[in-house]
Design a protein around this ligand. Structure first.
Ligand code: ACO
Length: 262
């Protein structure tokens, strides 16, 4: 289901599309963009309804923090007004509910787009996982990252564990998650959790520059290349070489508009 702007606003999101660039804004700054199931479903609806010519998706947070993670009221008996309480572990729908929340994150790795997290202030728990769900991360120098879930008696379950291990390696991922410690922007850069760290005042400009650079490459080549790169880790060298040949042939065929072109 695709939400209207009003529907997105109601769950704390805003979507701005300008040509081939889209910006998704977590827009509940008074709660430091704390997240609820409705917001995760809203993110999924943005992914499902994204115009096909969008190539770059920037994910940002309004206000001083990128995202303070799950709305902690969900973990209390009172819950969040207007939101159904999350299912309990004995509820047969528990895993399908979490799967529907994860849909809000997974589309950000689609080969058709490049996703960029623009992170200022805190990125905690579900918010850190949202930054990890993106292909690239630009951090303001005041950004801090924290995988808080284990400290709250939870596992990170919003798709963050795989990209974290892929980026920082298993030992560092264990250390970061099981201590739930906070990583500064400077350390995030050393750990390759940030492609770029900029002064906070320069964050928007740096994101705009990166977006322009990404959009300057040929769209079909960019999409085919991202697809190739994304599968390289699971391939042998021979498999990847074969995939490169096939991708090149498909790309060039498509450009000629020949038989078998998509
Ligand atoms: N859930 C609900 N409300 C929140 C959350 C949250 N995760 N984070 C902040 N808020 C609210 C605060 O209660 C406060 O509301 P109030 O103005 O009605 O009192 C408002 O947002 C502003 O928060 P402050 O704490 O005053 O802002 P500050 O900038 O000083 O601190 C920080 C920001 C560090 C993010 C702090 O709010 C915080 O530690 N939040 C909780 C983080 C957390 O543990 N998240 C869960 C992670 S685990 C997971 O995501 C599964």
């Amino acid at each position: 289901m695709t939400l209207t702007p009003v529907g997105l606003q109601a769950c704390g999101l805003r979507l701005d599309v300008t040509g081939a660039a889209a910006t998704v804004t977590l827009n509940r700054p008074e709660r430091r963009n704390a997240m609820t199931p409705a917001l995760w479903r809203g993110l999924a609806s943005i992914g499902a309804g994204l115009p096909p010519d969008v190539r770059v998706v920037v994910v940002r947070g309004a206000g001083p923090s990128f995202c303070a993670g799950i709305d902690l009221r969900l973990l209390s008996p009172d819950g969040v007004p207007g939101e159904d309480p999350p299912p309990g572990p004995d509820d047969p729908g528990f895993e399908s509910s979490v799967a529907s929340w994860q849909e809000g994150y997974l589309w950000l790795r689609d080969p058709g787009i490049v996703s960029v997290a623009a992170v200022q202030g805190h990125a905690i728990g579900a918010g850190f996982q949202l930054a990890l769900a993106c292909d690239l991360r630009i951090l303001a120098d005041d950004a801090t990252l924290c995988m808080k879930e284990p400290a709250l008696g939870l596992v990170p379950d919003l798709t963050g564990t795989k990209p974290l291990v892929d980026i920082v390696g298993l030992p560092r991922a264990i250390e970061l998650c099981l201590t739930a410690r906070t990583v500064s922007a400077a350390e995030a850069s050393q750990l390759r959790l940030a492609e770029l760290v900029v002064p906070a005042a320069d964050l928007d400009g740096a994101v705009a520059d990166l977006t322009a650079a990404l959009l300057a490459t040929d769209a079909a080549a960019a999409r085919a290349t991202k697809r190739l790169l994304a599968q390289a880790g699971e391939h042998t060298l021979e498999q990847q070489a074969a995939a490169e040949r096939a991708a090149q042939a498909a790309l060039l065929r498509a450009r000629l508009g020949g038989p078998g072109s998509p």
